[in-house]
Write a protein that binds this ligand. Structure first.
Ligand SMILES: [Zn+2]
Length: 57
Protein backbone atom coordinates (compact mmCIF):
# COMPACT_ATOMS: atom_id res chain seq x y z
CA UNK A 1 0.00 0.00 0.00
CA UNK A 2 1.63 3.20 -1.15
CA UNK A 3 1.42 6.73 0.19
CA UNK A 4 -1.76 8.34 -1.17
CA UNK A 5 -3.77 5.13 -1.38
CA UNK A 6 -6.79 4.50 0.81
CA UNK A 7 -6.39 2.28 3.85
CA UNK A 8 -8.56 -0.78 3.28
CA UNK A 9 -8.14 -2.27 6.72
CA UNK A 10 -7.63 -0.70 10.12
CA UNK A 11 -4.43 -1.85 11.72
CA UNK A 12 -0.82 -1.22 12.52
CA UNK A 13 1.43 -0.52 9.55
CA UNK A 14 5.17 -0.07 9.10
CA UNK A 15 6.87 2.00 6.41
CA UNK A 16 9.15 -0.08 4.21
CA UNK A 17 11.90 2.53 4.21
CA UNK A 18 12.32 3.15 7.95
CA UNK A 19 10.07 0.52 9.50
CA UNK A 20 8.30 3.35 11.30
CA UNK A 21 5.12 1.92 12.76
CA UNK A 22 1.85 3.79 12.82
CA UNK A 23 -1.78 2.90 13.37
CA UNK A 24 -4.09 3.69 10.46
CA UNK A 25 -7.85 3.53 10.19
CA UNK A 26 -9.88 2.18 7.32
CA UNK A 27 -10.74 4.83 4.72
CA UNK A 28 -7.87 7.06 5.84
CA UNK A 29 -5.07 7.79 3.39
CA UNK A 30 -1.65 6.24 3.71
CA UNK A 31 0.66 9.08 4.81
CA UNK A 32 4.26 9.74 3.97
CA UNK A 33 6.84 8.05 6.15
CA UNK A 34 6.76 9.85 9.51
CA UNK A 35 10.54 9.52 9.87
CA UNK A 36 12.03 10.51 6.54
CA UNK A 37 8.88 12.13 5.05
CA UNK A 38 9.37 10.31 1.78
CA UNK A 39 6.72 8.57 -0.28
CA UNK A 40 6.80 5.01 0.90
CA UNK A 41 5.14 1.63 0.85
CA UNK A 42 3.29 0.51 3.95
CA UNK A 43 3.35 -3.05 5.21
CA UNK A 44 0.75 -4.53 7.51
CA UNK A 45 2.08 -5.33 10.97
CA UNK A 46 -1.12 -6.32 12.72
CA UNK A 47 -4.82 -6.06 12.08
CA UNK A 48 -7.42 -6.42 14.83
CA UNK A 49 -9.61 -8.83 12.90
CA UNK A 50 -7.06 -11.02 11.18
CA UNK A 51 -8.14 -14.61 11.91
CA UNK A 52 -4.72 -16.02 11.14
CA UNK A 53 -3.92 -17.32 14.60
CA UNK A 54 -6.81 -19.49 15.50
CA UNK A 55 -5.82 -21.36 18.58
CA UNK A 56 -8.30 -22.88 20.97
CA UNK A 57 -9.59 -20.09 23.13
ZN1 LIG B 1 11.18 6.50 5.88
Amino acid sequence: MKTGRDVTQTGLYASSCCLAETGLRKDAMFPRCPKCLALTVWMVVTTPVAPKDKKAA
